[in-house]
Design a binder for this molecule. Structure first.
Ligand code: DGL
Length: 262
């Protein structure tokens, strides 16, 4: 019953991987996406700064009339979602590394998690791991430098391949059979990861689960649109909007990408 847009934010262009899943599942919903690329990466910043940036993004999306906020960033979710839920009236959807399905399905009982320093050191990550991965060895690997390369749009560079190989190989040697991508930028690394990983190693991320949860919450609060026209999508970047545009380019949907200094 509600035509207002879904607001989505990330520290940069990575959360577009989440937007992609949302628009597939909820094709009639309008969305506004904020890429806070000027401040990326969040993962190396203090909890206080991540919280301030998350408040800034939320308030901007609310000023644009959004009915729900999707935090398409593991680092911002794990550090700020409790505060945001308490402070603002709209519902918030967050994203966390998909430890639970990996732990349930792992045969070797060894699960690798590639995520930012900010996510791996958060208390939410530790409680999720404690609650959902009993008897599982979790190999934590910081993806230092990956977000910066992706933010430059260099998705095919040798530098990226070498860095990923250095992060992944030790986890393979220790017997991981599931690799959890704990940062929304990382689904864009899947083509390279598939070259590095043996075919029987599963890669898992949380994009689809976030889209399903967004639909469930919109339904619960009677916030789904009744429109039967395909949604429109506004993307704003406070960094290089061309990089954001390029990552979306294969898409033929009704979208606009612009620079905005939010
Ligand atoms: N996409 C963000 C996440 O999911 C990237 C974090 C960063 O900016 O370091 O964690």
């Amino acid at each position: 019953m509600d035509k207002r847009p879904i607001g989505i934010f990330d520290s940069g262009i990575g959360g577009t991987s989440i937007w992609g899943k949302i628009q597939e599942l909820l094709p009639f919903e309008d969305c506004i996406y904020l890429a806070d690329s000027k401040n990326a990466p969040y993962g190396e910043k203090s909890e206080e700064i991540i919280l301030d940036l998350s408040i800034k993004n939320t308030e901007y999306l609310l000023s644009l009339g959004c009915k729900i906020i999707v935090i398409a960033c593991n680092t911002a979710t794990t550090n700020a979602i409790d505060y945001l839920r308490e402070k603002y009236k709209v519902p918030f959807i967050g994203i966390e590394p998909a430890i639970k399905p990996a732990a349930i399905n792992s045969q070797s009982k060894i699960v690798g998690v590639l995520a930012t320093k900010g996510t791996l050191s958060s208390s939410l990550f530790h409680s999720t791991t404690k609650n959902h991965a009993e008897g599982i060895t979790i190999l934590e690997q910081r993806g230092t430098g990956l977000v910066e390369i992706i933010e430059k749009g260099k998705l095919q560079s040798d530098e990226l391949y070498r860095l990923l190989e250095a992060y992944i190989k030790p986890m393979l040697e220790k017997g991981m059979d599931y690799l959890v991508l704990g940062c929304t930028h990382y689904p864009y690394l899947i083509p390279i990861l598939k070259k590095i990983l043996p075919a029987d190693i599963k890669i898992i991320d949380s994009g689809q689960a976030v889209a399903r949860q967004t639909k469930t919450v919109l339904k619960k609060f009677d916030l789904l649109t009744t429109s039967t026209e395909l949604g429109t999508y506004q993307f704003y970047s406070n960094g290089d909007e061309k990089v954001l545009f390029n990552i979306l380019q294969s898409n033929k949907l009704n979208l606009t990408v612009s620079f905005k200094d939010f």
